[in-house]
Ligand binder design. Structure first.
Ligand SMILES: C[S@@+](CC[C@H](N)C(=O)[O-])C[C@H]1O[C@@H](n2cnc3c(N)ncnc32)[C@H](O)[C@@H]1O
Length: 273
């Protein structure tokens, strides 16, 4: 199974620094002080994620098994079949998972909504954290990926707390709002151009549309650093532009207080003010 490629600003920077170090190894005329500074920069940047993982609470065996199964799947073929990009790098993973679990515990969330489930790592993480009587509704566009996740959930008690909604999340959110559903924690991690619409659906747009967020609820939005594209794009992608526009919109939105936490590819926490 191929190693995941770097998909965070830190991972990309570490990769670049390591490449530069290798390229300079055989070059004459580079001062020892320059090599020492470069080695220190590489060590600081490349060592951060492994250090953070080493001192963070471990994932459950069920989550480790789900991650291994996801790494072993043939996402190239699945991408062709689904007609949308699916790749192992989409999985949030250990440290972000512990962050989400901590958020569930700290906010005492019982009703969780996820927009963008993939193979279910974050959904299962939050389902474990909500405990008995808690629930997670997880939206996924691709039926085969949803089935993959449900198969993983079946081998975990916490998996029983997850309801999977297959189809475009925008439609699912309208249906949930029509049903009067409310959530204490919402994790947004689907298509980036859809983020602004998902946030509006969650927060509501006025008295006739109260949205899906319970009083005191928290919204967590993933990939808001989008591999550094919003501030350091080399060749900007559509996703980079969508996230940059989303971040600007949030920064100017009087409905919310927000903080962008530079964890992995960036997570923005929001609450209604
Ligand atoms: C980044 S992955 C989610 C990763 C997952 N939260 C985790 O932690 O492992 C994004 C997922 O959103 C799904 N997706 C994309 N567009 C969607 C849409 N319009 N509605 C629902 N899901 C969508 C993709 O199929 C993909 O599985």
């Amino acid at each position: 199974m191929p190693d995941p490629r770097p998909v965070t600003p830190l991972g990309i920077a570490a990769d670049l620094l390591e490449q530069v170090e290798k390229r300079l190894a055989g070059v004459d005329g580079v001062g020892d002080d320059v090599r020492a500074d470069l080695a220190r920069a590489t060590s600081l940047v490349a060592g951060l994620d492994p250090y953070v993982a080493a001192v963070t609470s471990p994932a459950s065996p069920a989550l480790e098994a789900l991650e291994t199964r996801t790494r072993q799947a043939d996402w190239g073929t699945r991408t062709e079949q689904a007609g949308l990009v699916l790749e192992q790098e989409m999985l949030s993973g250990h440290v972000e998972g512990r962050f989400l679990a901590f958020l569930v515990h700290a906010t005492r969330a019982r009703r969780v909504l996820e927009v963008g489930m993939f193979t279910g790592y974050s959904a299962l993480t939050m389902a474990e954290a909500v405990g008995a009587g808690g629930s997670v509704v997880a939206c996924e566009l691709d039926p085969a990926t949803a089935a993959f996740a449900q198969d993983c959930f079946a081998s975990s008690e916490a998996g029983e707390r997850i309801t999977v909604e297959v189809g475009p999340a925008a439609d699912t959110l309208v249906r949930l709002a029509d049903d009067g559903a409310l959530f204490d924690l919402v994790f947004v991690d689907a298509d980036k151009p859809g983020y602004a619409g998902y946030l509006d659906a969650v927060l509501g747009t006025g008295p006739d549309d109260p949205g899906l967020l319970a009083d005191g609820g928290v919204v967590c939005v993933d990939n808001t650093l989008l591999q550094g594209e919003p501030w350091a794009a080399t060749a900007g992608s559509a996703n980079g532009r969508a996230v940059a526009a989303f971040n600007e919109r949030v920064a100017a939105d009087p409905r919310v207080e927000q903080v962008l936490v530079p964890l992995r590819d960036g997570v923005t926490l929001l609450r209604r003010v």
